[in-house]
Design a protein around this ligand. Structure first.
Ligand code: DAH
Length: 337
């Protein structure tokens, strides 16, 4: 067998290869287990004894030569093997997991409550956390000298006279009524601020949802009906409600609303202070002074309003005993929701 001729043939074959796939084929064809070189060496035993050594040597040289040629070519295309290595995915490696975030329990309950009111035809409206003194107090029938200013006292912005951090969401009543005409049905979620000492049930910042409905002929019974749908949707169908007379400057008459204790079902337990009832919100018929302040005709229009603290509702709903847990960013707490 003419090794020189074979070598020339193979050399020109490899020179003509133009792709890394072609190179793989050549490697298989010449150097593979049943390739040309393997066939050559397989003939060695059948050669005359004196030729075997030389032939074997030449075959080995040829083998190296081919391997080198293929290697050289490989550098031109990049070998399919090394390409595959670069892109390969080791499916045996431990995965890098992406943690999926979730909604904060406060956000979740705000969404839930807003959705209940959306289904009853209310719109969701928001207002600024920095408010005017007028919207937070005077517009809501809380004049400067009135003692109930204390209950809604807040942080004042020193350099901006008459601006403050709102201490309730009620000022958005004034904004909404001024910028729209009845009929009006809105809920207003948002953060509010008070200079309260921090403890298990008080923070200097918390969330409220305000509700407001104004139209011709709105009655206290409308307020009761709407709030009953709300309380049942949030706390369950068998919840009981009661309206307790109260005072708020911006409503007349005013009431605080209690639900039967969701822990003891009204029998009396430490959570409800053995009363069987839990206070969840303040409400009432919008005071005529407030309607007048926004330019509404009190002979034509009436309305109700209510306001509730979200943290308290979330705490009751999930049995949480410390309001500070909401804002400490402790994942052991937050992951439970
Ligand atoms: N703004 C009151 C508060 O922060 C809650 C409230 C009571 C809102 C009665 C109302 C209402 O709209 O009618 O305590």
């Amino acid at each position: 067998m003419d090794i020189e001729a074979i070598k020339k043939q193979i050399e020109s074959d490899i020179q003509n290869i133009s792709s890394s796939e072609g190179l793989e084929e050549a490697r298989f064809k010449y150097l593979g287990r049943k390739g040309v070189l393997a066939q050559l060496t397989a003939t060695i035993p059948s050669l005359p004894a004196q030729e075997r050594a030389v032939f074997g040597q030449q075959a080995n040289i040829l083998k190296d030569k081919i391997a080198n040629l293929i290697l050289e070519k490989e550098k031109l295309f990049g070998s399919p093997a090394s390409g595959a290595m670069q892109e390969s995915v080791d499916i045996g490696m431990p995965g890098v997991s992406q943690e999926v975030g979730k909604l904060h329990p406060i956000t979740r309950v705000i969404d839930e409550i807003c959705n209940i009111f959306l289904r009853m035809g209310f719109q969701v409206v928001e207002g600024p956390e920095i408010e005017t003194e007028y919207n937070n107090f005077s517009g809501l029938n809380i004049p400067l000298e009135h003692p109930s200013r204390d209950a809604f006292d807040t942080f004042y912005l020193k350099d901006y006279e008459k601006l403050l951090l709102r201490s309730h969401t009620s000022p958005v009543q004034v904004r909404a009524m001024k910028s729209r005409k009845p009929p009006l049905a809105i809920v207003v979620p948002g953060r509010v601020y008070r200079p309260d000492a921090v403890d298990a049930s008080h923070l200097f910042m918390f969330n409220q949802i305000e509700g407001l409905m104004v139209d011709e002929g709105i009655k206290f019974s409308d307020l009761k009906g709407i709030l009953e749908v709300f309380a049942r949707s949030v706390f369950g169908e068998d919840i009981k409600m009661r309206f307790r007379p109260h005072f708020f400057p911006f409503t007349e008459p005013s009431a605080e609303v209690d639900i039967s204790c969701i822990i003891c079902k009204g029998r009396g337990c430490p959570v409800c202070g053995r009363k069987g009832w839990l206070e969840i919100l303040g409400s009432g018929m919008i005071h005529p002074n407030v309607l007048r302040n926004v330019g509404y005709d009190t002979k034509k229009y009436s309305g109700f309003a209510f306001g509730m603290g979200i943290e308290r509702i979330v705490m009751l709903k999930y049995g949480i005993n410390d309001i500070r847990l909401f804002f400490e960013n402790d994942l052991r707490f937050l992951r439970q929701f």
